[in-house]
Design a protein around this ligand. Structure first.
Ligand SMILES: [Ca+2]
Length: 196
């Protein structure tokens, strides 16, 4: 199966969710509501799966540059629903990245939003962000002690048909120490690239 077919399937899945909006509201239970499907920006469907971490780490892959960073589901701390994802880097720091692989349309604009909270994040460069894998596109960097704060990133896909995206503590050549929580992520399609 080629990439194109995979993409078509993904699009159809999104459309089905969207067109089933009303029946979803009426018939589904709270955990599904909390999954973020219905909180998409301006009625646009949220492309991320398990975007509020109500199903733990399902759908997300974790890696840390120095293999010292740790990820866990936090059932005590949350911005939406009952849980958030927590990334902790030890003293000395690390670049820890939790990513979801998402099929996207080439030459298309997307917006990623989410909430970040931090405790004692120490870094000279980039602290806690939502980032795109493989480049430098990222949201505002959160450091120190910060209550839940909304962050946002708009980007264009260029030739890409697939991206990896998600919560990150630290960055390229930027080892961050401390704890960061992430919750209520949303990725929505905005429309064709401005330069196409
Ligand atoms: Ca949540």
């Amino acid at each position: 199966m080629g990439k194109k077919v995979v993409m078509k399937t993904a699009r159809r899945a999104v459309r089905t969710k969207s067109s089933g909006f009303r029946s979803v509201i009426l018939s589904l239970s709270l955990p599904v509501l909390a999954a973020g499907i219905l909180t998409a920006q301006q009625g646009r469907p949220n492309i991320l799966k398990n975007a509020s971490f109500e199903e733990g780490q399902q759908g997300w892959d974790f890696s840390s540059w120095n293999k010292k960073g740790q990820v866990s589901v936090d059932n005590e701390v949350h911005r939406e629903g009952r849980s958030s994802i927590r990334i902790e880097n030890p003293a000395g720091g690390d670049d820890s990245f939790l990513t979801q692989t998402v099929p996207v349309k080439p030459k298309t604009r997307y917006r990623l939003t989410g909430y970040i909270m931090t405790k004692d994040v120490q870094v000279k460069g980039t602290g806690a962000t939502l980032s795109l894998f493989g480049g430098f596109e990222k949201t505002e960097s959160i450091t120190g002690d910060q209550r839940w704060k909304k962050v946002e990133l708009e980007f264009e896909t260029g030739p890409l048909q697939e991206i990896k995206i998600g919560p990150r503590l630290g960055h390229n050549s930027s080892m961050a120490a401390g704890v960061a929580w992430f919750d209520e992520l949303e990725l929505v399609e905005l429309g064709p690239s401005r330069d196409r």
